[in-house]
Design a protein around this ligand. Sequence first.
Ligand SMILES: CC(C)(COP(=O)(O)OP(=O)(O)OC[C@H]1O[C@@H](n2cnc3c(N)ncnc32)[C@H](O)[C@@H]1OP(=O)(O)O)[C@@H](O)C(=O)NCCC(=O)NCCS
Length: 146
Amino acid sequence: MKVKIRNPGITDVKQIYEIEKLSFDHPFPSNVIFIQVFLHSDTSLVIEYKGKVIAYAIAAKEGKRLHLLNFAVHPEYRGLGLGKLLLDRILRLAKKKGLKEVYLEVEHDNEIAKNLYRKMGFKEIKVIKGYYHWGKDAIVMAKRLE
Ligand SMILES: CC(C)(COP(=O)(O)OP(=O)(O)OC[C@H]1O[C@@H](n2cnc3c(N)ncnc32)[C@H](O)[C@@H]1OP(=O)(O)O)[C@@H](O)C(=O)NCCC(=O)NCCS
């Protein structure tokens, strides 16, 4: 599978939003994704396959930390290692930029994503009760970069 990994542009927002809707019960609206991509393109990545976006990781630089804001793989392409690949590339990008840590929030019961993050060396830091507007708790996970 020959994929291309690159920074996203605003012309990718429509495709990212389509994957977003297929991936989350409470998707970010497309205007929020537009702003995330507009502001954070240089710290975000998409995977392109046959000219189409099939996965995205949107992350914001906050001082010496990178905050992973949004991350999904198109359902038809899950279980192929693309999530691991994309996260690994985000970690490498953060390291290259001299950042010290990558962190994220994940729904407390999203076992698949938590498995992936643990596998990639993230540790569970704390629980934030009622973090999401639909009432669920978030787990903050972080990985220090050597
Ligand atoms: C989480 C997500 C990005 C993983 O992407 P993916 O490309 O399917 O993941 P990979 O194939 O790279 O698998 C990576 C690891 O995730 C875990 N994983 C993947 N699919 C899994 C499943 N069905 N059950 C349990 N663990 C699973 C495993 O630890 C796996 O490692 P392994 O293959 O060595 O066992 C994808 O499931 C997704 O987009 N989910 C919906 C959106 C979401 O929850 N995003 C995270 C928000 S915080």
